[in-house]
Design a protein around this ligand. Structure first.
Ligand code: CDP
Length: 195
C-alpha cells in the first residue's frame, strides 16, 4: 500500500526535522528532495547534464548542507530542464509500498498533487534565519544569513516553474512560536487523522 506525505515550505522552516520525525513515527521512507538540487548545484558544469546524470556519490557529498550549496541549489532549481530531470526519481520514491514522506518546495503542487497528506511548514524569515544561525555556530553572521534566507525565498517563490506556494488542500503549520516537539506532534496528528 502506498501512503504519501508531502511537506513543503521555505528554507529553515523545520521541514527536515518534521519530515524525519513523521517518517520515523510511522515507519515511512523519507526523501529530502532539497539534497537533489543541492547536489546538482555543487556539481559544476552544465546543471541540466548534472541533473540527468546524478549518482549516489553526488548525493553523499559532505558539503551539501552549506549556505553556498543552498544558494547554488536555488539557482539551478529555477531551470525547468533541471526540475524535469528529477521528477521520475521523486515520483518513484513516493509510490513505494509502505509509505513515504517527501519534503521540498513543490511536492504537494507538482510532484505528488494527489498526496494523502500535504503540509506547508513555514515561519517568519527572522526566526528561520535565527535557527540557521544557531545551527552554523556563532562565527556566522546573522544579518548575512537573514539576507540569504530572504534572497532564496524570493527566488523560490517567484520562479516561473514550480514556484514555492501552499498546495491546494495543504494544512499550514506556522512554526514561528512552536517548539520542535509541538510542531512534530501537530504533523503526526495530521497524518494520523488521514490514515
Ligand atoms: O534545507 P533548506 O530548506 O534550506 O533547503 P533545501 O530544502 O535543501 O532546498 C535547497 C534549494 O533547492 C531550495 O532553496 C530550492 O530552490 C530548491 N528546491 C526546489 O526547488 N524544489 C524542491 N523540491 C526542493 C528544493
Amino acid at each position: 500500500m502506498t501512503f504519501i506525505v508531502a511537506i513543503d515550505g521555505p528554507a529553515a522552516a523545520g521541514k527536515g526535522t518534521i519530515s524525519r520525525a513523521v517518517a520515523a513515527h510511522f515507519g515511512f521512507a523519507h526523501l529530502d528532495t532539497g539534497l537533489l538540487y543541492r547536489a546538482v548545484g555543487v556539481k559544476g558544469g552544465d546543471p541540466v547534464e548534472a541533473a540527468r546524470s546524478l549518482t549516489e556519490e553526488d548525493l553523499a557529498r559532505d558539503d551539501l548542507r552549506s549556505m553556498e550549496a543552498g544558494q547554488a541549489a536555488s539557482r539551478v532549481a529555477a531551470i525547468p530542464e533541471v526540475r524535469a530531470a528529477l521528477v521520475d526519481f521523486q515520483r518513484c520514491f513516493a509510490r513505494r509500498a509502505g509509505g513515504a514522506v517527501l519534503d521540498g518546495r513543490d511536492i504537494g503542487t507538482v510532484i505528488c498533487p494527489d498526496a494523502d497528506v500535504k503540509l506547508y511548514v513555514t515561519a517568519s524569515a527572522e526566526i528561520r534565519a535565527r535557527r540557521r544561525w544557531l545551527e552554523l555556530g556563532e562565527d556566522a553572521d546573522f544579518d548575512d544569513i537573514l539576507a540569504q534566507v530572504r534572497e532564496r525565498d524570493d527566488r523560490d517563490m517567484n520562479r516561473l516553474d514550480a514556484p514555492l506556494k501552499p498546495a491546494q488542500g495543504a494544512v499550514t503549520l506556522d512554526t514561528s512560536a512552536m517548539t520542535v516537539e509541538d510542531a512534530v506532534a501537530r504533523a503526526v496528528a495530521e497524518v494520523s487523522a488521514r490514515r
